[in-house]
Design a protein around this ligand. Structure first.
Ligand SMILES: C[S@@+](CC[C@H](N)C(=O)[O-])C[C@H]1O[C@@H](n2cnc3c(N)ncnc32)[C@H](O)[C@@H]1O
Ligand code: SF4
Length: 490
């Protein structure tokens, strides 16, 4: 798709608006084809910002304008975004007939905006909902979801001390690759043979990270071991990992200690015993779907029965909280099949259920193979509605939310929990409440100032073999120095 901009608006923002109506669109500066085109004009006036948007798509053209009167509560960038967004939405709707449920809320963390309304502007929940409906053109249903989530998060965030932090540990290995996944994760035998070397480097990284946290006078609230699939590790490797963490911090004092086991085919009673003894309080056992045919289509390489077996082992292990991940919008997973999966999961009463919507990034195998994944008439939206309604009716509350580019129907990912079982790490990480110190390949440290106004990301190596190639620890030491520098300058 071709984009033409006249005036002061970020091209990235216009691209995200295009994706609301034309999912999967590709953008090229060299595109000479005018049949799929968006032209955006922005004009700054003394008392307002006006925008005119013309969209041409499949022989249809629409031009719409919007004038945003200057409001001192909004910075100029936000005013421009609102003017362009509202004109774009009107033109897009005229050309496609689509009314995006999240309106012009794109490229921002939705719950961060909602927290700002509740916490800083002291809006009531009703006022916050109206604000999102009027200013961002968000539907009432989504505005209510957002404000409900922010009000759960608010209590947890406000109780979190300024000298707190969390630790993320990356295990980027999986037994095989799922077709929809774009996470960095190694699956071939040759690469899985790197695990022992990786663990040696990782444990050193973990020790140094905890030492630095002590040096900075911070208190670790949550630890999250994610992936990939951490239960790809065998028992001795898991024990080494968990003993290393235990030696660095009193795990009994953590608010939460998660290990994202994930793939049911990697879970055994012996591994769960090691995990429980290591102090883990929250574990994920993820089916994604309970439809056998769909599991096969997405290359998940485990059966529905294996999920139930792994889930039962997890309940017997005594680990306090179990999370289950589902994905709405998987190919060939119709509404009936998704709703049956959701009902069956609710029957198990896990403390957390996380419902993602399928998102296709270039690194996923699906991106190459399944061009029709975004075809109209996708039932994802109905599935997401069902998940939210059935979770609510079963006593679950939504406690965290995030949205990603290239997600089917621009839908959201929502974490539900039984009251009091909120996944704390998810909230701290998503709302950038405090620093998250990351260990391992593919993990990104995020330094957050106590007021949350200054955020610096420190990237580690993306791939395990790069991580292992840092034999003199120069890159890891750079990470620690950047973190020290950040705290020195506070
Ligand atoms: C980091 S992944 C790893 C979890 C674990 N390896 C597993 O597969 O069970 C966390 C979750 O993200 C979700 N996910 C991964 N790729 C996705 C995609 N392309 N679209 C939507 N959700 C996705 C899945 O629900 C998955 O359980
Ligand atoms: S979805 Fe999970 S198991 Fe599948 S490849 Fe991605 S990280 Fe690995």
């Amino acid at each position: 798709m071709k984009i033409e901009i006249i005036g002061d608006v970020a091209e990235y923002y216009v691209q995200t608006l295009c994706l609301l109506f034309f999912p999967g669109a590709k953008f090229s500066k060299k595109d000479s084809d005018d049949s799929h085109k968006a032209t955006v004009v922005v004009e700054k006036k003394e008392e307002s910002i006006s925008s005119t948007v013309t969209i041409t798509y499949n022989c249809k053209t629409s031009t719409k304008s919007y004038e945003q009167v200057n409001d001192e509560n909004l910075i100029e960038r936000t005013r421009i975004r609102i003017a362009v967004g509202k004109a774009f939405l009107a033109a897009g709707k005229a050309v496609t007939g689509v009314s995006p449920q999240w309106g012009i809320m794109t490229g921002v963390r939705p719950s961060k905006l909602a927290l700002k309304e509740l916490n800083e502007k002291k809006s009531t929940k009703a006022d916050a909902k109206s604000f999102f409906q009027n200013e961002y053109l968000v539907s009432l249903k989504k505005a209510s979801l957002l404000v409900d989530i922010a009000s759960v998060e608010r209590k947890i965030i406000n109780a979190c001390s300024k000298d707190s932090c969390s630790v993320y540990i990356s295990i980027p290995f999986c037994p095989s690759r799922c077709s929809y996944c774009s996470f960095v994760s190694f699956t071939s035998n040759r690469l899985l043979s790197l695990i022992d070397d990786y663990m040696e480097k990782l444990t050193d990284d973990i020790k140094k990270t905890f030492d630095l946290i002590k040096e900075l006078g911070l208190e670790v609230k949550t630890v999250y071991v994610g992936g990939g699939t951490p239960t790809t590790l065998n028992e001795p490797q898991l024990k080494l990992l968990l003993d290393t963490i235990k030696a660095q911090t009193n795990v009994d004092n953590l608010e939460e200690f998660t290990l994202e086991a994930g793939r049911p085919d990697t879970i055994t009673a012996d591994k769960l015993k090691v995990i429980k003894e290591g102090g883990v309080t929250r574990i994920s056992i993820n089916p994604q779907t309970l439809n056998s045919e769909v599991l096969e289509i997405i290359g998940r390489k485990h059966t529905v029965e294996q999920f139930y077996e792994a889930y039962e082992l997890a309940t017997k292990s005594g680990i306090q909280q179990i999370n289950t991940d589902l994905i709405a919008g998987l190919p060939y997973d119709g509404f009936r099949s998704f709703s049956e999966t959701m009902d069956s999961i609710i029957e198990l009463r896990p403390s957390n259920i996380t419902v993602h919507t399928l998102c296709i990034k270039n690194a996923a195998d699906f991106a190459k193979e399944k061009s029709s994944i975004y075809s109209p008439g996708n039932v994802a939206s109905k599935c997401v509605d069902y998940s939210q309604l059935s979770a609510k009716n079963a006593g679950y509350i939504p406690y965290y939310i995030y949205r990603q580019k290239n997600t089917i129907d621009n839908l959201e990912n929502v974490g539900f929990c039984l009251p009091g079982c909120e996944g704390r790490y998810n909230i701290y990480m998503m709302e950038e409440v405090h620093s998250i110190f990351a260990c391992g390949a593919g993990a990104v440290t995020k330094c957050v100032s106590p007021e949350g106004t200054n955020i610096v990301r420190v990237f580690n190596f993306k791939y395990p073999y790069e991580y292992l190639s840092d034999t003199d620890n120069s890159k890891i030491n750079n990470k620690f120095n950047t973190i020290r520098e950040f705290y020195k300058n506070l």
